[in-house]
Ligand binder design. Sequence first.
Ligand code: C5P
Length: 248
Amino acid sequence: MGQDVIVACDFATKEETLRFLDYFAQEEKPFVKIGMELYYAEGPEIVREIKRRGHKIFLDLKLHDIPNTVEKAMRVLSKLDVDMTNLHAAGTVKMMEAAVRGLTREDGSRPLLIAVTQLTSTDQERMTEEILIDRPLEEVVITYAKNADKAGLDGVVCSPLEAGIVHEAVGEGFITVTPGVRFEESDKGDQSRVTTPARAKELGSDYIVVGRPITQAADPLEAYRRCVRDFVDVQPEEHNKEFCFPEL
Ligand code: C5P
């Protein structure tokens, strides 16, 4: 699996986002994540604009609804040329199967579909006391990952700390996309379960999702390059040539 750094573009407007992407030289086109804030503010046009600039896109909308609604919503998203999108595994296997159906285009192609297991902002205590899931967090993550695999999804979003157990339980080819990444010296913010890019690599994560440590850095380009150096372990100039997104 090609490892890559995905930059979470958690901005409120198109202008802020494009200004941020302008930091990156023409030849460096990071894989970017568009989340709810930006998508709800700007709609599908922001996806098309970033795609036109040559970036791969992870559309992070975390769908969770009844299967029929998710299937129809995924059908709409299938028309956007994104490379990866996601939903909540808690929506059940039936919902995830419906999502795969909705996302699959007439020619049989589709973006990668990834399930959120437990948000990296959730810890064992919150899960037990507030969501009333009285099982160890790791067991929940593994079970959700197995459910996602059963439904035909390509991988899960999980903490880097869980990448190893997910691969062990579901297989090396099952993708782990891992937020909750911080440089040693940076602030954890609202994330509970965090690791450095280098540690995420050791733990076997396939893609790291990095937001604030890059978007709020004094030098975002250098912060991105540092992530690439630490996680992908090749020079950034070589990185975009060598690590291509897998074709479906
Ligand atoms: O700024 P930070 O590096 O914490 O950003 C992490 C990104 O990953 C955010 O866009 C957040 O929504 C997303 N995410 C997460 N935990 C998950 C799934 C997605 O932090 N389980």
